[in-house]
Design a protein around this ligand. Structure first.
Ligand SMILES: [Zn+2]
Length: 512
């Protein structure tokens, strides 16, 4: 008896190497997609009916990549097609990281629905955002009444569909928040099966204590911990990545769910103000301005900056490069050492420190900091519980000199680290980009090539996939992503964005 003819597929991907996202070795086969879902996977019959057939001969077919650490707020409005993510194979982003999210997530999700982005979006609720809403930038512990208000804001964010709580403990007001306060809010996220994602209090000299703090919060609040962009900054800390992973692995062996993410570069990127001592930043920009207007305070802060530089074994701020400074875009891509020279100031660390304060007071300057070692990056990359994440926003074409991670993180892992350096296998890299983040963040029907799962699919050429974005020429898309489907819609075709905008909001389990 002849088999029943299957229902017509919208898209049929033929003859690909199927990397199903589990980390298992690839198999040859086809994937059929209908109404936004994967309906069949494997060797499908020759006459399988389909509207569109994509030939994937020689190509890898994988679940769409999930980037668990992004900051898309504001740029999603300007560039809803999210080209940098799509052309890097990313079909889902998690935003609201590092303690900073939209304050009203219910409203934000409605806004995302009406914007129709090309990527799926989930959000964390930011501890810094919640604290600012209740206490501003006050540098003191919360009172019990304030704590209860913060719990209530966290509770409504979780019911709006946040996937967990994020913290950014190098940023004001995260710097002013002690563990007991974090535990109180993390417990609220735990009630709704959210996780705790943290940009830790330190990523250089005190990174071990910072990991212990993250683990403590996870244990006390009873929820999984995601350590964001694990790294070792500062030359004197280099070479200790294995120790950090051992702390994490030991916690896992004791039954604590802990995972990490990483962007595959030896430079970080954040705001210039993170170099300042945290006390001068209390109570907002006007207070900062007032404090730095006092010559004695200004002198102390300059000395602090110089000492911090010396403690890194450096003589100049050449490792710190401006990414975004709208008041003078000619600074983009230049180091603080160069900018200080351009301003005809003495070639001393002290004068550079003064230049830093001038920039900080003028604008919240975005920076790239070159401060990690390549062997540490690779050691962290080998860790099986590590996901690839960009820590980037949606890139607006040709704007600023941003860190290349926003364009090339996934392609860089697949091309440079998998194909060229063989740091991990292709199967393993894909697992870290798909099922591991899906499982960790609770995207239950994504991250695998399985019938019934959402049809987020990337078809790429493993022989040519590569990142093109560099620190000096960041505005370049990755190459090699031949087709990308988001919820069954062809969003990249022959390496070009089609303009399709089929992304959805992905809600956490607390959604009511
Ligand atoms: Zn961060």
């Amino acid at each position: 008896m002849a088999a029943q003819t299957p229902a017509r597929a919208d898209i049929l991907i033929r003859n690909g190497r199927l990397y199903d996202g589990t980390g298992n070795t690839w198999t040859l086969g086809d994937v059929a997609v209908r109404a936004g879902r994967i309906v069949a996977v494997g060797r499908l019959p020759a006459g399988y009916p389909a509207d569109t057939v994509l030939d994937a001969h020689g190509l890898a077919v994988a679940p769409g990549f999930i980037d668990v650490h992004t900051h898309i707020e504001d740029d999603e409005v300007r560039q809803p097609t999210a080209d940098n993510f799509l052309l890097d194979g990313v079909t889902t982003v998690v935003t609201g990281n590092c303690g900073s999210s939209r304050p009203d997530l219910r409203r934000y999700f409605r806004q995302l629905d009406s914007l129709h982005l090309s990527v799926n979006v989930a959000s964390l609720v930011g501890q810094g955002t919640v604290r600012k809403a209740v206490m501003g930038r006050a540098r003191r512990p919360a009172t019990e009444a304030e704590l209860q208000r913060m719990e209530s804001l966290t509770d409504s964010a979780m019911r709006a569909g946040a996937v967990g709580l994020s913290s950014g403990l190098i940023y004001v007001p995260g710097t002013y928040t002690r563990p007991p306060e974090l535990v109180r809010l993390a417990r609220v996220a735990a009630r709704y099966h959210g996780l705790y994602a943290t940009h830790m209090r330190n990523e250089s000299d005190s990174v071990r204590q910072a990991i212990q703090e993250a683990l403590l919060i996870g244990r006390e609040a009873g929820l999984p911990v995601q350590i964001s962009h694990l790294k070792l900054g500062g030359q004197r800390n280099w070479g200790h990545a294995a120790e950090l992973l051992q702390l994490i692995e030991t916690a896992r062996q004791q039954g604590q769910p802990v995972t990490i993410d990483q962007y595959p570069y030896t430079a970080s990127s954040t705001s210039l103000s993170t170099l300042l001592p945290d006390d001068v930043q209390a109570d907002g920009r006007d207070s900062l301005r007032a404090r730095l207007a006092r010559p004695a305070t200004r002198r102390q802060v300059e000395q602090f900056l110089v000492q911090r530089l010396r403690s890194k074994g450096l003589r100049h701020f050449s490792y710190a490069v401006v990414a975004s400074f709208p008041p003078d875009t000619s600074y983009h891509g230049r180091s603080l050492e160069e900018i200080n020279r351009l301003r005809h100031r003495p070639h001393t660390a002290r004068a550079e420190a003064a230049t830093i304060l001038d920039l900080v007071l003028q604008y919240d300057t975005g920076m790239v900091f070159h401060g990690m070692s390549e062997p540490d990056v690779q050691t962290i990359m080998r860790y099986p519980q590590n996901m690839v994440a960009s820590d980037a926003s949606i890139r607006v074409w040709r704007e600023g000199a941003p860190h290349p991670r926003g364009y090339g993180s996934n392609a860089r892992v697949l091309g440079h680290y998998v194909r060229e350096l063989r740091v991990i296998t292709l199967e393993e890299a894909i697992r870290r980009m798909t099922s591991l983040p899906a499982q960790t963040f609770g995207f239950t029907s994504r991250g695998l090539l399985r019938p019934g799962f959402a049809a987020d699919i990337v078809v790429f050429d493993p022989a040519t996939v590569a990142d093109k974005s560099t620190f000096t020429q960041p505005h370049q898309y990755s190459v090699g992503m031949r087709y990308v489907l988001v919820n069954g819609r062809l969003t990249v075709r022959e390496g070009q964005h089609t303009g399709q905008r089929a992304g959805q909001v992905l809600y956490g389990p607390g959604k009511q």
